[in-house]
Design a protein around this ligand. Structure first.
Ligand SMILES: [Zn+2]
Length: 209
């Protein structure tokens, strides 16, 4: 067989196997990202977040620190702070949480917080009032750069993903692809979305056309 044809066939088979294997789906609970400036204001000057456990994305961790977040209509307690610190503070909640807190909370990609509502962060008697940064995270797939071509996707693509569970398999539309060589390939949904598809740990997703 001609070598080039063989290579093409191998590529096609690898792509098909990859598609069939799919990728891990993870459910993200409500959480807070803080700038160092806000960490200082809430926990003390030059305070360092203490690591509780590492998350799937390299270097990212859930800290032991917890805050109360207060909106116009209500509060949520014991909300986990994720590390390491970011340039801008950001609070990610579900649409159900937004009903508890009150006010309209837009669906946004992480980091795209211009014009989003503010929120009050409380640690004991220390209070920080964010002017913006409250979002419902847009569902997304972190794609490791090495996996992007195998999955036939690129940065910013919007795809449909079928998540397979025992009784509530579901196709999610409007899933944004984020590619980086710092990512491990995994899809992130929030708890509303997780409940909608009877999420269990280890569940997998598949891009559908
Ligand atoms: Zn994510």
């Amino acid at each position: 067989m001609n070598e080039q044809l063989l290579d093409t066939l191998v590529d096609q088979v690898v792509a098909k196997i990859n598609q069939e294997r799919g990728f891990l789906v993870e459910a993200s609970g409500r959480h807070i990202h803080l700038s160092q400036e806000h960490i200082d204001e809430l926990f003390g000057k030059d305070y360092q977040l203490s690591i509780n456990n590492y998350l799937s994305q390299p270097g990212q961790f859930a800290s032991k620190e917890r805050l109360t977040i207060l909106g116009p209509k209500g509060a949520l307690h014991n909300v986990v702070v994720l590390g390491p610190p970011r340039k801008a503070s950001q609070v990610e909640i579900s649409a159900t949480d937004a009903l508890t807190l009150g006010g309209k909370v837009p669906v946004r990609e992480s980091g795209d917080i211009e014009g989003t509502p503010g929120i009050v962060l409380i640690n004991g008697n220390k209070v920080v009032s964010l002017e913006q940064g409250l979002i419902v995270a847009k569902r997304h797939i972190h794609v490791a750069a090495k996996d992007a071509s195998k999955m036939n996707v690129s940065q910013g693509d919007i795809v449909k993903v079928k998540v397979v569970s025992e009784q509530r398999s579901l196709i999610f539309d409007d899933v944004v692809i984020r590619v980086s060589d710092k990512f491990v390939t995994a899809m992130h949904i929030d708890y509303d979305e997780a409940n909608a598809c009877s999420f269990k740990k280890g569940i997998r997703g598949f891009i559908v056309k």
